[in-house]
Design a protein around this ligand. Structure first.
Ligand code: NAD
Length: 239
């Protein structure tokens, strides 16, 4: 248990977005230097784009996957791992990020609602598998052997995110909901603050600038994730 703003907190849900990995050097989607400045999302991150131009989509995700080797978790990822280790209650971490920086930062549990760069999904046998290197439309499935059936195991625009039942259940019972580095433009994640508030949770936004849904939070703290997350975690562990 901890205290936050005079209230006892036994269970916490943390939602992270691209902003938590920005200081590690992973580009966000919508900032000025973000990924979508160079690529039209509809040409990359939809099932239709994959049908129309699979080579472009494979190239984009192969490049992002290989970029992971050049980046490292930052203090914000590490602070959340510390919260998971040291907080006496429950901490459920859900991320929209497809990178592996929470895991490398030491997090014991990470719910990747938008999938993972280092996973492939076989459309023939429906199995999801670790993928550390490149794959493309000539690759065969390590599980069933089908050729040309592997796709990045990431959730594209128009697809349903993973683990929604578990996330909804956690939101319904949390005392504190913290959103970090997410623009509030992509649903269903942008709606989590309302679900948590509706269930009686205290809600906090940590962002470099107010998100699209900033007005729905009880508390907002502006700044870089490395600073704001470390400070909030220290506060919660001290309380
Ligand atoms: P977004 O690009 O839409 O928004 C990024 C947010 O982070 C903005 O609100 C911005 O103000 C904030 N931000 C930027 N730098 C920050 C910093 N140093 N500290 C604190 N906040 C900072 O990203 P989103 O909301 O996560 O968008 C959702 C989509 O982005 C998801 O589908 C996700 O899969 C995808 N995405 C993931 C990664 C990744 O895995 N690292 C990278 C880019 C996009």
């Amino acid at each position: 248990m901890a205290q936050f703003n005079g209230r006892f907190i036994g269970s916490i849900v943390v939602l992270t977005g691209a902003g938590i990995s920005a200081e590690s050097g992973v580009p966000t989607f919508r900032d000025a230097d973000g990924l979508w400045e160079q690529h039209d999302p509809m040409e990359i991150a939809t099932p239709g784009a994959f049908r129309r131009n699979p080579d472009l989509v494979y190239r984009f995700y192969n490049a992002r996957r290989s970029m992971l080797a050049a980046v490292a978790p930052n203090q914000a990822h590490q602070a959340l791992a510390r919260l998971q280790r040291e907080f006496a209650g429950e901490v459920f971490l859900v991320t929209q990020n497809v990178d592996d920086l929470h895991e490398r930062g030491g997090s014991s549990q990470v719910c990747h609602m938008h999938g993972q760069l280092q996973a492939s999904l076989c459309t023939a046998c429906r199995r999801s598998m670790h993928a550390h290197g490149d794959f493309d439309r000539h690759s065969s499935c390590p599980a069933c052997g089908a050729v040309g059936c592997l796709r990045p195991d990431v959730v594209w625009f128009g697809e349903i995110p993973y683990y929604m039942d578990e996330i909804e259940a956690r939101l319904a019972e949390c005392d504190l909901f913290i959103a970090i580095g997410t623009s509030g433009l992509v649903y269903p994640a942008a709606g989590f603050v309302q679900r948590a508030r509706g269930a009686g949770a205290t809600t906090v936004e940590l962002n470099r600038e107010p998100s699209e849904v900033a007005g729905l939070f009880h508390h907002r703290r502006q700044g870089l994730a490395t600073t704001t997350v470390s400070a909030l975690v220290a506060e919660l562990l001290a309380g």
